[in-house]
Ligand binder design. Sequence first.
Ligand SMILES: C[S@@+](CC[C@H](N)C(=O)[O-])C[C@H]1O[C@@H](n2cnc3c(N)ncnc32)[C@H](O)[C@@H]1O
Length: 263
Amino acid sequence: MFQIKLNSLPDYFDEYNQPCYLLKQKKGLVEDRNDYLHIDALADGYVTAVSTTLRLWVSQQVSLAAAGRKVDMLEVGGATGVFFDWVKETACTYINIEPCPMLLDEKALERLKDSRYMCIKCSGEDIPLQDESVDIILAISSFDHIPDHRKALREIKRLLRKNGLFILTLNNRRSWWKSLLSGSDYLKKREELIAKDHYIQWSFSECESNLSQFFTIENMCTTTFFTFVPQVWRYVLPITNSIGESLFPKYGSNILVVCRNAD
Ligand SMILES: C[S@@+](CC[C@H](N)C(=O)[O-])C[C@H]1O[C@@H](n2cnc3c(N)ncnc32)[C@H](O)[C@@H]1O
């Protein structure tokens, strides 16, 4: 773990010597709570396939942006820091902002020993770091877990160096299949369940309009054009993805965005 100057003193250090800040967040911290939403999809490998696609896309964006340089990165809601392993060759430093207390396995403990990596246990709404101190900020399926998204966007903008990038992935509340089910009891119930652990549910255009109040959007698309149907998804997802990405680019289940801090 590298040493960094924190803007404010942590409330305490945990058993792994990670600086911790108290927060009063009521939901969104323990992802397991909504596992009943996708328990079968987890068991059948769908969740892993989707998250691998998202991580692949984000790591490609990181290497494009870094263009061979080493960069200072920060991830918001990085859990045990798994994504560091995907981009560590590009990282000069990598700070994981993860407020949820978590047991660290062997790999996570290895990360803590890496001189480029550190985890700060605080909210993405209030990060105790200097202005303009990072080149790239990532939020992989985590931004909708933060209570006040405008506060988090202000914080991300403050931390990014000029021309730095904010790269995020987010659920799309208006994927093609949710659009078809729009107004149905099934979808209303599902949105209520999602709301138990998430603070926002945005469509492609809502995401575009919220982010563009803070950043210049450089690249925005979606992926995951087939929802979970046991076994069937394995054969259909690759086909629907190749069709959907060109024909219905706003209607996949995951929104992918690259924003630039241009001013
Ligand atoms: C769906 S998980 C995604 C984890 C990881 N990015 C991944 O792709 O596997 C959402 C993460 O956001 C974290 N989170 C919740 N509230 C947060 C907050 N206020 N600030 C930053 N992260 C938060 C959760 O603890 C959780 O680790």
